[in-house]
Write a protein that binds this ligand. Sequence first.
Ligand code: NAP
Length: 256
Amino acid sequence: MLLKDKRAIVTGASRGIGRAIALEYARQGANVVIGHPGNDTSKEEAASLITEIEALGRLAVEQGGDISDPDTGEALAQKAVDSFGGIDIFVSNAGICPFHAFLDMPRETYLRTINTNLNGAYFATLAAARRMADQGCGGTIIAVSSISALVGGGNQTHYTPTKAGLLSLMNSCAIALAPYGIRCNALLPGTIATDINKDDLSDEKKRQRMIERIPLGRLGRPEDLAGPAVFLASKMAQYVTGASLLVDGGAFVNLQ
Ligand code: NAP
């Protein structure tokens, strides 16, 4: 029970990495606000996650809203305050990666990606941080960045800058929020098999090529991010801020 009675918000928790983190937070004793886009499917996914969390004896509530709307972060923060009395942990996880070549990048795809992954994360982080600062008892913020913050991708020219931006946001927030006892860190997943890259990895040759480049010999699973997210949110990481943690099976260092 590393997070006993902590009050957490996880954005993009209806599926994939966010869902795995929310579930592990509950296993570790936290109560969780499940952020999701607010459509019919994500509402159903959030409802099923709430059932799973309640079966663990913890509390969970859902809050729908497009994270690219700058007001969504405030709604998430308010939900945590109304439901649990405050916020101790904020995980900025919601994101999209609509793979596309550079030279014919539709303006809409670029702007949607930036508005969701970076601008949305910025305003949601700000809303959570303001509440934590007012509470006066510290807190912890984790951004789900990516290995793509450190490396390029020919079909990800709109995506990699958002992930580098998130990493940079955590670096600066670590300094800005340290006086309030709020720690800020980034998780950098490698290739984790989720819906975000299902189409890209449906090419069996590409999938095998990716696996061969990973020293641990397999693609990541959403649960692989859960332990690191618990660690960074817990007291075990009490002197860790402004850090970035690659969770990639060794892919990044496997160059030579
Ligand atoms: P995923 O399974 O597609 O999950 C993404 C989550 O974000 C879903 O819950 C999704 O909700 C939500 N979301 C998307 N757009 C949103 C919006 N506008 N407003 C609110 N919620 C929104 O993908 P994932 O792999 O778990 O990705 C989670 C995070 O990890 C992303 O930030 C991604 O960039 C990062 N990441 C993933 C990998 C990887 O290999 N999978 C690697 C590095 C970093 P709906 O499903 O209902 O749309």
